[in-house]
Design a protein around this ligand. Sequence first.
Ligand code: 13P
Length: 252
Amino acid sequence: MRKKIVAGNWKMNKTLQEGLSFSNELKGLLDNKTINCEVIIGTPFIHLSEVAKVFDGTKIHVAAQNCANKESGAYTGEVSAAMVASTGAKHVILGHSERRAYYHETPELLKDKVLLALSNNLTPIFCVGEVLNERESDKHFEVVAAQLKDSLFKLSKEDFAKLIIAYEPVWAIGTGKTASAEQAQEMHAFIRKTISEKYGEEIADNTSILYGGSCNAGNAKELFSNPDVDGGLIGGASLEPVKFLPIIEAIN
Ligand code: 13P
């Protein structure tokens, strides 16, 4: 059975001290609570090892928000998948629309990052999603299918089975305009069908597909109640433990 997951993505927010204070507070809030999902916190690189230590021995995992497309060497400023794994992080967010748009990450480069992440035992949380004019011109299914095919459908069945997918419509990210529960379910079912056509029903059924884009305590329950929505990738509402906790608790 596929996992239910709530993952936070802090993006470029929080100093190390702020990140540690968040982590200790969230750990305290989750203590003695029954949580029905896996919880992942996506922090900046420099926070990873310290935050991983705070959550050591708990069910909360830490994710990087990126990794290099090269194994090692003279790539000033880059952080490799092996380095990420050495911090205790178990996941890495790849293909986020902000990385595609602002850092020109291409499908080919993303495929290389996914392969390096997997060979270092990191689970990629791979993001797909259309921009507003693609949705308005009814191209959203085509765009998302191409994002899956161009980066992920070159993987072996065994490797693909290790991935987590996040559907993040770009028009919903940070805008307060979330996709409706129907729009999310429709796209998640489409993603699952597309995976099934390539890798078979069993792999598709076992792939966790998260929704991201202005998900918050007010809309999480409705979004997560859809059969193909297996949790969320949360930006703004993951920055404060009291806002993040009810989203975690929205999974039942
Ligand atoms: P918001 O929740 O702030 O819209 O961000 C979503 C996101 O981009 C998570 O990766």
